[in-house]
Design a protein around this ligand. Sequence first.
Ligand SMILES: [Mn+2]
Length: 355
Amino acid sequence: MMQRRLANIHKLIAEYDLDAIIVTKPENRRYFSGFTGSAGLLLIGKKTQMLFTDFRYIEQAKAQAPEYKIVRHGTAVFDIVADTAKKLDITRIGFESDFVTWDIYQMVKESFKSVELRPIKLDALRRKKDKDELKLLRKAVEIADAAFNQVITIIKPGITELEIALELEYQMRKFGSEKPAFDTIVASGDRGAMPHGQASDRVIEAGDFITMDFGAVYRGYHSDITRTVVAGKANDKQREIYNIVLNSQLAGIKAVVAGKTGKEVDAVARRIITDAGYGDYFGHGLGHGVGLYIHEEPRLSPASDSILSTGMVVSVEPGIYLPGWGGVRIEDLVVVSDTGCEILTASKKKLIELI
Ligand SMILES: [Mn+2]
């Protein structure tokens, strides 16, 4: 697996006419080496695969990144990398322009005096998930599903959003999650109108809609799920809004197939909400890629020209948010295929009334 990933890096090196690239983004460092430490950089050239890290991580790096020569550095990491590059006759180096800060760039320029630095981006190489990644993503999704099954047994009027978030995070940890994939969203009652309403001390009242958006992390891979449930019996308006969002979500999933663009899929789901008269209340994109990052390419949105292809994993998550009333969002993760997509999320989407 690592060989195939590295082959893609070498293709990029040739394409950009570089001698080597330096990988500093932690997720890319992990993807292209296996090394999960918090500090280190990869120098990948035509005949070079080196991992520079500090004293704390030498043993870990040796164990996790057998394809790499491990080099220990002190304080001036870029000086050592520059010396190495000089010895290897490396004169053109690619840098991750979407990660390196201005300050680091100044440091790098100082160290690499006779080297030409060129901006590159590596995230696109991680869009299509390989078999190993899909296994980990499936597990992350399973953990979140299991936590959802547990949390609906404790939701009742009188508990707070924070208590619901705590239960979700506790259950995910129990089922094997490393940490929450992002700050858990629990938005109840009128707070449901905030698409990203983080859990607050608001007390759940009978009849409230509760939107929960959360995810697990398993060996670096994220999951992302949203469900909206009622603490009691749903009223007509709640049923109406819920069904529009559900129909939009189902249509969005049905539209996902390799070859379509992000905006084409978004349009199918958005149309249903717009036709029902709520287009102004669905103000975000339909979905996003998920992997080592919780939000990554490709996007499903009105602006996305990304073309879906087999093996990409994306969320499908339409919503309606009505200020002063509340909101509904429903989100699954799916794997794109040539014939459509496979839904990873198993939690039921029929409206759950917790009576
Ligand atoms: Mn999401």
